[in-house]
Design a binder for this molecule. Structure first.
Ligand SMILES: NC(=O)c1ccc[n+]([C@@H]2O[C@H](COP(=O)([O-])OP(=O)(O)OC[C@H]3O[C@@H](n4cnc5c(N)ncnc54)[C@H](OP(=O)(O)O)[C@@H]3O)[C@@H](O)[C@H]2O)c1
Length: 386
């Protein structure tokens, strides 16, 4: 039995707190070596007292000082991007959970892969933006990349041991978000509260808005292409409002295999942390004796243009996904702070993708430059709105 020692980056977020629930359920297999959060120092303090990690990082130096003065023991205390790296690369940790939101998580994911760690990646931006660079880092350092997203954990299960030549297509499912059956005019005028009201998943605010625009599904399509080395033509999306089937693989002979489980993020988190070991999960096994009705439908790209933009970026390749992702982060933040309307998110994303030329991926620094340029473009676009 292996005891995995975790570096949990983003411990104060939705994935981070669920990860700690999984650790609590498997104390003989999982322990916490380091914890990193952003601004929520109160929660980080409580987590540190409960798990007593050797190393902690927080967003700002002031918050690190605040923690130092309150903790009942003396761990290493760090802050900012350097602090994230210190936690990710700490010698006491062998497994990194990358659960920071946004491209702020990129450098630590890359460094951990380069240092030969198992990296359980929830931070989809690392894969969307960094793509081939993450694979190169894993190859150079012997690191292992395991997905934490439910759709990608499902694909990991479904594709394991399969000959690439036997695969015709992979499909990831989308709940369709809160506006799945809304007419276009109503979607265009959606409020922040309506967009945050996700029907089947409880998540952080950024990914919840991305679920309402279907950009989240678009980022997941790019993530699937990167993780499983699939061409864009082999990846499709099916809307499945019940969120019980997470992915499907279609074989050359016309048959399909589907992965089914409850919509609880602790399942894919545990899958990645304990892989290849399968331990009792955080929810009871699937209740097939209950009557159920599941539905499946194609996504409507006219009402959800962000999904089409993601396919476009994947087709363009290189830095195009980084440009789309960065513009979208700015647009979503502007929507959440009520500076732009819901429909302007896709307009801002499209404007950046059209204005900024993509170039082939060469280095992390170049990707971060593309990210910065797209942010500037999107911020200018937001500022120019009446
Ligand atoms: N939630 C889900 O069900 C789900 C499912 C699949 C994939 N994901 C992906 O997982 C990632 C995390 O999502 P989430 O829903 O857990 O987000 P969240 O609840 O907003 O949490 C984000 C975490 O990142 C930390 N953080 C943000 N910026 C930081 C920075 N610059 N430095 C250090 N820490 C920083 C936050 O710290 P503070 O809160 O302390 O500021 C928090 O711990 C995202 O990439 C998301 O797409 C999430």
């Amino acid at each position: 039995m292996t005891l995995r020692r975790l570096a949990l980056l983003g411990s104060t977020g939705s994935i981070g707190t669920s990860t700690l629930d999984v650790v609590r359920a498997h104390p003989d297999r999982l322990s916490v070596a380091t914890l990193a959060g952003g601004r929520n120092r109160e929660l980080l303090l409580a987590q540190a007292e409960a798990f007593r990690p050797r190393c902690i990082s927080v967003g700002l130096k002031d918050d690190a000082d605040w923690l130092r003065s309150r903790l009942s023991y003396t761990p290493e205390l760090n802050w900012g991007p350097e602090g994230l790296l210190a936690c990710a690369l700490h010698p006491d940790a062998d497994t990194v959970v990358a659960a920071i939101v946004g491209s702020a998580g990129l450098a630590s994911t890359e460094a951990a892969l380069r240092a030969g760690r198992r990296v359980c990646v929830a931070n989809k931006e690392s894969l969307v933006v960094g793509g081939a660079l993450m694979h190169a880092a894993a190859l150079a350092g012997g690191g292992e990349l395991l997905p934490v997203d439910s759709e990608h954990a499902a694909l990991h299960q479904l594709l394991e041991g399969r000959e690439p030549a036997s695969i015709r297509e992979v499909r990831i499912t989308a709940s369709g978000g809160p506006f799945r059956d809304w007419p276009l005019a109503r979607i265009q005028a959606a409020t922040v509260e309506e967009a945050l009201n996700h029907p089947t998943w409880k998540m952080g605010p950024k990914i919840t808005i991305d679920s309402a625009t279907l950009m989240n599904k678009g980022l997941e399509v790019i993530e699937a292409a990167v993780l499983f080395d699939l061409p864009v033509e082999q990846i499709a999306v099916t809307v499945h409002p019940q969120s019980q089937v997470h992915a499907m693989v279609g074989f050359r002979d016309g048959t399909y295999q589907l992965q089914v489980c409850a919509n609880d993020m602790k399942l894919p988190i545990q899958y990645a942390l304990l892989y290849p070991e399968a331990q009792p999960g955080p929810v009871p096994p699937y209740a097939w004796d209950a009557a159920r009705a599941w539905t499946f439908e194609p996504p409507d790209l006219a009402r959800f243009p962000c999904l089409a933009l993601a396919f476009q970026a994947l087709r363009e390749g290189g830095t195009a996904p980084a440009i789309l992702n960065a513009a979208n982060e700015v647009a979503v933040a502007a929507f959440l702070s009520r500076r732009i309307g819901f429909w302007e998110i896709q307009a801002c994303d499209r404007a950046a993708l059209e204005a900024l030329p993509a170039s082939p991926l060469t280095s992390l620094a170049q990707v971060l430059d593309a990210d910065a340029a797209a942010r500037r473009h999107a911020e200018g676009w937001v500022a120019s709105r009446p």
